[in-house]
Design a binder for this molecule. Structure first.
Ligand SMILES: [Cu+2]
Length: 386
């Protein structure tokens, strides 16, 4: 029988339950896992409704879209462009704001990313949970911007929606809407059945969180991260689905640097995207970064897997009108939406799952098949080992 959950506001219960959780070995994939199970449960082996706590800050960084160089995938180009000549050695660096994970509420110690998630790149920390759990994000805004944190798919009350609009709320229910520079706000989101896999899904689904103060600006600035939710009882202790050997998250993300909060700093002038579209489309085009997880031209870390494994790919996209993508795997097929395909379709702010059992060994191209995106650098490599 499943244990009963209590509201987080019942502090004594939560404190006592923390002790219980240590004894009961809850899931280990969040920074801090407590439980809301009542003390003295008659069934100590029952699944614990965990509260996964994450300490996530928005930090300003200089982000390099090309940390290892240019055109690492060796793609031939039809016409001469900036990939050729001296510019080919140039890094593409922009000042951005991204989400990063810290060890605790002091926000002094950055948590290193586990090797299997190094490919997340510019994406924020992976938030993961199982149906029935809750997520608590202590959000610290270290930037000079006003931000917030809005989750997709999870359930939230009006005091944790992370979006400013005329929703009729006031007082404490407005505090989540704007997190000023240098301040901290704690968001609590729950994960009912309706946040987990549906009847036709596999054992896990992907959602997204992002700053939603002015979504177009916030996303182009880099403030976006992934959420994975596994079906009830289907996760291992590290949170991964029991029937999956390997997971990859890839965000086919165009970053319009003329639409970033830091466009003036990065480009040296006030670069209003709406204005530029009409007055100087060439300037805007020069500052569109066709990235996968914030990496262009093959800079995404090599995604490695073994033949015959059950590999789950989660695919995301950004919110620009050009964020219409056709991710394509060479050498392998996937099943997505119950169909056998080797190319999937992403419209803006897509969140989809594709399952692969790689059969052909080798190093393979993984890229967007939209012409401008492909030539613009939205390419990566993956490797299938014996
Ligand atoms: Cu694309």
């Amino acid at each position: 029988m499943r244990s009963k959950s209590f509201p987080l506001s019942l502090c004594p219960v939560v404190v006592f339950a923390c002790v219980v959780s240590l004894l009961a070995a809850p899931p280990v994939y969040a920074q801090v896992s407590t439980t809301s199970q009542a003390a003295g449960s008659p069934n100590p082996s029952a699944h614990f409704a965990a509260v996964h706590t994450y300490f996530i800050a928005a930090d300003e960084v200089d982000w390099d879209y090309t940390p290892r160089g240019r055109n690492l995938a060796g793609i031939p180009h039809f016409e001469a462009d900036e990939n050729e000549g001296p510019a080919a050695r140039r890094h593409r660096v922009y000042h951005k704001a991204i989400f990063r994970e810290y060890s605790d509420a002091t926000f002094q110690t950055l948590l290193p990313r586990p090797p299997e998630w190094e490919h997340l790149g510019i994406l924020g920390p992976l938030i993961r949970a199982e149906v029935g759990d809750s997520v608590r994000v202590v959000f610290r805004n270290n930037t000079h911007l006003t931000l917030n944190l809005h989750p997709h798919g999870l359930q939230y009350a009006k005091d944790a929606e992370g979006a400013l609009y005329a929703d009729g709320t006031q007082g404490v229910a407005k505090k989540d809407d704007m997190v000023p520079p240098g301040t901290t706000f704690t968001y609590i989101w729950t994960i009912p059945e309706s946040s987990g896999p549906g009847p036709q899904d596999g054992t896990s689904v992907i959602w997204m969180y992002h700053s939603n103060f002015i979504p177009s600006r916030d996303l182009n600035t880099g403030l976006v991260g992934p959420i994975l939710v596994t079906a009830r009882g289907q996760s291992r202790r590290d949170g991964s689905p029991k029937d999956v050997d390997r997971e990859f998250i890839t965000d086919f993300a165009i970053f319009d640097e003329t639409g970033s909060w830091f466009s003036a700093r990065n480009i040296g002038r006030i670069a209003q995207p709406d204005l530029l579209r009409a007055t100087n489309p060439a300037l805007r085009e020069r500052h569109l970064l066709y990235s996968i997880n914030g990496f262009v031209e093959g800079n995404l870390p090599l995604l490695s897997m073994k033949k015959g494994e059950h590999v789950r790919w989660y695919l995301l996209s950004n919110t620009n009108e050009e964020d219409v993508h056709d991710p394509h795997w060479h050498g392998q097929t996937v099943v997505s939406y119950h169909m056998r395909v080797d190319t999937v379709y992403l419209d803006p702010l897509a969140m989809i799952v594709a399952d692969m059992v790689p059969e052909k060994e080798g190093t393979w191209l993984f890229h967007c098949h939209v012409n401008e995106h492909y030539t613009g650098g939205m390419v990566a490599l993956f490797q299938v080992l014996p």
